[in-house]
Design a protein around this ligand. Sequence first.
Ligand SMILES: Nc1nc2c(c(=O)[nH]1)N[C@H]1C(S)=C(S)[C@@H](COP(=O)(O)OP(=O)(O)OC[C@H]3O[C@@H](n4cnc5c(N)ncnc54)[C@H](O)[C@@H]3O)O[C@H]1N2
Ligand code: MOO
Length: 424
Amino acid sequence: MSMTPVADQLARVLAATPVLDPHEVPLADAFGRRVADPVHALVPIPLWRNSAMDGYAVRHDDVAHAGTDPVTLRVVEDLPAGSPLDPALAPGECARIMTGAVLPSDADTIVQLEHTDRLDPLADVTATVTILRSPERGAHVREIGDDMGVGALVVDGGTLATGAVLSALSSAGHGTVAVRRAPRVSVIATGSELVAPGGELRRGQIPDSNSLLIAGLVRRAGGEVLAVEQVADEPADLEAALARAAGSDVVILTGGVSAGAYDPVKQVFADSDDVAFASVAMQPGKPQAFGTLPGGALLFGLPGNPVSAWVSFHVFVRPALMQLQGAVAEEVRVPVARARAATDWGTPPGRTQYLPARLALVDGTLTATPVAARGSKSHLVGSLAAANGYAIMPAEVDRVHVGDVVDAVVIGTDQSLTAAKVEA
Ligand SMILES: Nc1nc2c(c(=O)[nH]1)N[C@H]1C(S)=C(S)[C@@H](COP(=O)(O)OP(=O)(O)OC[C@H]3O[C@@H](n4cnc5c(N)ncnc54)[C@H](O)[C@@H]3O)O[C@H]1N2
Ligand code: MOO
């Protein structure tokens, strides 16, 4: 049987993956969601012509020579931030003003209080102030729309609503925003050998690690984990678990997709027109099932080997979760970086290798070290904890040598890697 190229399998997944409908939520409830559509400013930023300093709002003509010839002005008003007042200023008059307060229409310049004889910021306003330095005309004045005018694009559709994004939207006059909800995901680990973590293990049994693995990866990708279940290698048990997963946008199975006599995923979906099994030209992660369930949920059947499940999640499931959320294209298909191999390693013949790796900056260059000392094997789950990315080796390469430049994908936002040199 010929193997399916990774790109073809991913294209199949993304072609079947919709974008979830948007809904309007208060900004405070939008954190972590994707903004559905481009959002434009309803008001300018800044909204008012306001002061950048605590000090005095003056007419520049009055203070143009204050540096050599200090000038005393009458203080006719006191303007804290939020004050609605617009006092008229005649020549020789000024207003005390705090940072953020709107400038009087007659003022064009701010003198910070350090450049006056009224140095005590907590003192009551006085009848006069002496200006000791001559500021430039317009000093410390924040003009309306300095940052953005009405109608300017604040954020594009697909943007992740971070604190900075929500603060920009609020400043641009919005109280709500249309976002796409978190995809609802059910995780079902198949395998009669599985025991809940920490449970007693008789001969042949192993702790279920995939449930935690996949649930954690789903959450990190912005998904909401509805349920996590372990089921034995019994088709009827899997059918029942699938029925309980109704209402999910995505159902992720692990195990039971290869050639084994007891592989329940194979058995349940053998005659399905909506779920297809593929042998993908990758290592690990060769056996894959993908399709849709009767309710419309996407179904991923990932191989049970933990490293295979981890790789399969990053290569196929994460892009789908990103697309459901309406993420921008670069987040659906993550950018590939270039890294230098920090050591030699072997790669399998005929399949693209996805090697869990520790990516690090060494003298400004991104380097990749396999996390498993024994090389790439799909059961090496312990060392997976150290991976912050993976290296991708084309099928035709059979050995990587220290110093070779390889493709690498950084997982998440590892701040320690952001200064990487671009490799040739
Ligand atoms: N005759 C063949 N055998 C296998 C083939 C093949 O082509 N022909 N492919 C191999 C490859 S490649 C992979 S990958 C695995 C995939 O197997 P399954 O998806 O059917 O997974 P299982 O057989 O159920 O389990 C594989 C392995 O992973 C362990 N496992 C399963 N679930 C969990 C879990 N929740 N937590 C921790 N560990 C888990 C399981 O005990 C097995 O060791 O098939 C190869 N075989
Ligand atoms: O394709 Mo499997 O995932 O190599 O072990």
